[in-house]
Design a protein around this ligand. Structure first.
Ligand code: SF4
Length: 336
């Protein structure tokens, strides 16, 4: 076991997000706009994707650097066939906090399999309860009812509490935030409201489309009084608030107006085996070449250690209208 690896700001590597596919069955306008990810878009070939064995090998090396939480993402991870086999491999280590983020389109069918394989929790992306708005935002006409059925099934099999992520975009779904809070209040599930971010370089991000979290706090507080709660752990992404009446909590992920880079402990692994040390990175470090050309675990571990030790990332602290235009890696490629 190598000692815990810290970056130039003393942030430890604790949290690895693993994209298992760059494909998705939705075309959310703020992530994979249809105009870019159309019929002719060249997605990664199967042979370019890391195999489950390769991912498992890398996870063991990352654990040596202090990683204790794995989030499986995509694209949409549940479109990767037999994903439960990977979950099973990773769950051999019961101390690992194993979670997954999904659009829940396939969750009703897969929840039990994932739970049996050892998955601990799920986070579901749901941007509106209004069926018309939701269908427009996912841009593949997918109904809200099926997502809610997936959440219900996840809850039934014990993948709970379910976290529900709502990306709030001004003029698109911001008037639905209170309704979202109302719907999940008292259910034990936790809604997190996410400020619209300039991820990648294809979602047409503009500052005026951002609804600052404090605005939503005021809106929700008027209907349901809330108060702030201490974080569960250092580096927790969502700022926690609870209902004063004791009926649960909600969260706010405010990368644009309240940067949280100071405690960022996250690295991201793309589906083809490149590591990114920030969601807004412009380039990654390839590990697949080493995996497939006889590189030893030690060599791979040195690459990861050196990369993290040299890390200075703090994009959200330095974001400007200019930086927003940079050719950053797409979120669908490395997961949120
Ligand atoms: S902007 Fe980058 S460094 Fe800052 S919190 Fe997000 S991922 Fe971490």
């Amino acid at each position: 076991m190598q000692s815990e690896t810290a970056d130039t700001r003393g942030r430890h590597l604790r949290d690895l997000r693993i994209s298992v596919t760059d494909r998705c069955n939705f075309r959310c306008t703020y992530c994979m706009p249809k105009e870019v990810y159309g019929r002719d878009f060249q997605f990664l070939e199967r042979s370019q994707l890391l195999s489950f064995d390769e991912i498992n090998r890398l996870v063991n090396i990352f654990k040596d650097h202090g990683v204790e939480k794995i989030r499986i993402t995509g694209g949409e991870p549940l479109v990767r066939r037999q994903l439960e086999r990977l979950i099973e491999m990773l769950a051999q280590d019961p101390s690992l906090d194993l979670t997954l983020t999904t659009n829940a389109s396939l969750l009703k069918q897969k929840a039990q399999l994932l739970k049996d394989a050892g998955l601990k929790r799920v986070t579901v992306s749901l941007d509106s309860l209004d069926d018309t708005v939701f269908r427009a935002m996912n841009d593949v006409d997918f109904p809200v009812a099926k997502v809610l059925a997936g959440i219900e099934e996840a809850d039934r099999v014990g993948l709970n509490p379910v976290k529900v992520n709502m990306v709030v975009k001004r003029g698109v779904n911001d008037s639905a935030a209170v309704e979202m809070a109302r719907y999940f209040k008292g259910t034990g599930h936790i809604v997190r409201f996410i400020e619209f971010m300039d991820v990648g370089h294809t979602n047409g991000w503009q500052m005026e489309h951002v609804v600052p979290s404090r605005e939503l706090v005021e809106q929700i507080n008027q209907s349901f009084p809330i108060e702030p709660v201490e974080p569960n752990y250092t580096g927790e992404v969502a700022e926690r608030w609870r209902y004063v009446d004791g009926s649960g909590e909600i969260g706010f992920i405010s990368s644009v107006t309240q940067a949280f880079c100071r405690d960022c402990t996250r690295a991201r692994l793309s589906a083809e085996g490149s590591v990114y040390t920030c969601l807004f990175a412009t380039r990654g470090t390839d590990l697949r070449m080493l995996l497939r050309t006889g590189g030893t675990d030690e060599q791979i571990s040195d690459v990861i250690g050196n990369l993290w030790r040299a890390r200075t990332d703090n994009y959200s602290e330095v974001r400007t209208a200019e930086t927003a235009k940079q050719r950053k890696v797409e979120m669908s490629y490395i997961g949120g």
